[in-house]
Design a protein. Structure first.
Lengths: 283, 259
């Protein structure tokens, strides 16, 4: 009897700890979102998101930060597309053609793990070194380059985990019907598409919010970039600047943070809708 | 198309040796699978039954560190060494019903149509619909699903899914059907349905099944293969082998001395 009781206590305590941890995390998230929304909404205005910075943007609340919004999108969207074009074939090659235990897959996975763990500032510094070598200035191009580098390992690593969830039976079923590897792959893709989209979004979400990587590579500008070789502002860097200025504008930083959060939210919602469409329809 | 039962296409295994990571799984297997019969491969767990079945349509390739040597001949063509282009046709002629039902991630209709599509059969829509109906009827699923052909296949019950997998294999008109413990994941009623289907289907197809349940083998097998630690111990007419085995090992296995 006594043993039974202590078992119950153990169960109780452990469950309590799990609940506590969950609540703590939720509180964190809630307080971050609350801070961004409550402070951001107050200072967010139509002008802020539709106008370029005014002449006196660094000393007064002059103009908006359209340059940073467009700059971020201009850098992250191409980077996401290029990143997906590189990562998806890698994921499929590792899971379909080099199933599980080949040495190449092993080395590749190790490499992507390492890349995954490298801080974004290191990517920034690395890309910057290359840019100096080839005589490239801080520009949209440089931003796209570093962001692509940042996105690829995240997409591959999470895509790989998702691809592992495909049951062997499904692959065997397709093969036994006489499907080629490529045809089998298309079947597998239907199965893992929702997961892949999530992986993709995680990567894009991380990339769009990263200031350190674009700091040297995309530079900063109060103008709208009109070509790939122009420097460009980005939302995270704009936030960073407004907070670290000698005369900071925290309200504007919060407004920019809010815009950034909304962009990520919108991206996530649209792709969810798109995936649902695709998986509903037949081949 | 309709003359499947007229054809006699032998499936022959010759000197098949197979090892995974240096462990020999199959030792010098020689077999001829008869046409239009249900062949049951029986034997204790881990004796290589499933592996043998997999080599018959070269699915062993998905396993790492596997070495195989020998020949599996369908209609005189070797499956083990076939070029990829020939392999597609050879695999089409050998259908598979898996242990765990696994519908493809598409609708019920598309699951049956999929095989035809990749082989470019029945390009016309009407023809395809007729084919899908024919094979769903053949496995006794048509009445249950005809109103929801375009619903995702994974919403079916396990028993229905397994019949769908069977219909999917039949739709590309194979000569042989491989079944790897095809009823082990199913409830008794669904299991019985599949069993009865096999008995009905052997008129047109040749069925090779691996089973763990001896009573099932006793009920439906025409021809039996007893495998023990990768070696073929005895083959022959099922009734005869089960009632009066020639080998001591077979007798012991059937009496339940080991399993």
């Amino acid at each position: 009897m006594k043993k039974l009781k202590s078992k119950y206590i153990e169960e109780y305590v452990m469950r309590g700890l799990m609940v506590l941890a969950t609540i703590l995390v939720l509180l964190f998230v809630a307080s971050i979102i609350w801070t961004i929304f409550s402070k951001g909404v107050k200072s967010l205005s139509w002008d802020l998101v539709t106008k370029l910075p005014g002449k006196d943007w660094n000393t007064a609340e002059d103009g908006g930060f359209l340059n940073a919004i467009l700059g971020s999108l201009m850098i992250v969207l191409p980077a996401a597309v290029i990143g997906a074009c590189v990562s998806i074939p890698v994921v499929f090659y590792m899971t379909m053609y080099k199933r599980r235990a080949s040495r190449l897959s092993y080395i590749a996975r190790l490499a992507y793990d390492i890349l995954f763990g490298i801080p974004s500032i290191v990517y920034g510094a690395f890309a910057f070194t290359i840019m100096v070598l080839v005589g490239m200035r801080a520009s949209v191009m440089g931003g796209i380059l570093v962001t692509t580098l940042l996105i690829i390992p995240i997409m591959i690593r999470s895509g790989d985990e998702i691809a592992k969830t495909v049951p062997d039976e499904m692959v065997e079923a397709a093969y036994s019907l006489g499907a080629t590897k490529w045809e089998t792959l298309k079947v597998v893709l239907r199965q893992i598409l929702p997961g892949m989209v999530t992986a993709f979004l995680l990567a894009v979400g991380k990339a769009i919010g990263d200031a350190a990587s674009v700091m040297f590579t995309a530079g900063f500008s109060d103008q709208l970039a009109t070509s790939l070789s122009d420097p460009s502002a980005t939302l995270p860097l704009a936030i960073f600047n407004w907070i670290t200025m000698p005369d900071p504008f925290p309200d504007r930083a919060y407004a920019a943070a809010l815009v950034l959060t909304i962009i990520v939210l919108l991206l996530s919602l649209t792709s969810r809708i798109i995936t649902r469409r695709i998986t509903k329809n037949n081949l | 198309m309709e003359d499947n039962n007229m054809k006699s296409v032998p499936l022959i295994v010759e000197n098949l040796n197979l090892s995974i990571e240096g462990n020999q799984i199959l030792k010098n297997v020689n077999l001829t699978f008869p046409n239009n019969k249900i062949t049951c491969i029986v034997g204790p767990s881990g004796c290589g039954k499933s592996t043998l079945l997999k080599t018959l349509n070269r699915l062993h390739e998905t396993t790492d560190y596997l070495e195989v040597d020998g020949r599996v001949l369908l209609d005189g063509k070797d499956i083990i060494t076939a070029r990829d282009t020939d392999l597609i046709e050879l695999r089409r002629r050998i259908g598979l019903v898996p242990q765990k039902p696994c519908p493809l991630p598409m609708s019920i209709y598309e699951n049956v149509a999929y095989g035809c599509r990749i082989h470019g059969l029945h390009r016309r829509k009407k023809e395809m619909s007729r084919t899908v109906e024919k094979y769903l009827t053949e496995v006794g699923l048509w009445d249950e699903v005809k109103d929801r052909l375009h619903a995702p296949a994974n919403r079916l019950s396990l028993g229905q899914q397994q019949r769908l997998c069977l219909a999917r294999s039949l739709a590309i008109e194979p000569d042989f059907i491989l079944a790897d413990e095809a009823t082990s994941a199913l409830d008794p009623v669904s299991s019985k349905t599949i069993e009865n289907l096999f008995v009905k289907l052997k008129e047109k197809y040749s069925i090779i099944m691996v089973t763990h349940t001896l009573p099932q083998a006793l009920r439906i097998a025409d021809y039996a293969v007893f495998l023990y630690i990768g070696e073929v111990i005895e083959t022959g007419d099922a009734k005869q082998m089960f009632n009066n085995p020639k080998e001591e090992l077979t007798r012991k296995y059937l009496q339940g001395v080991f399993s």
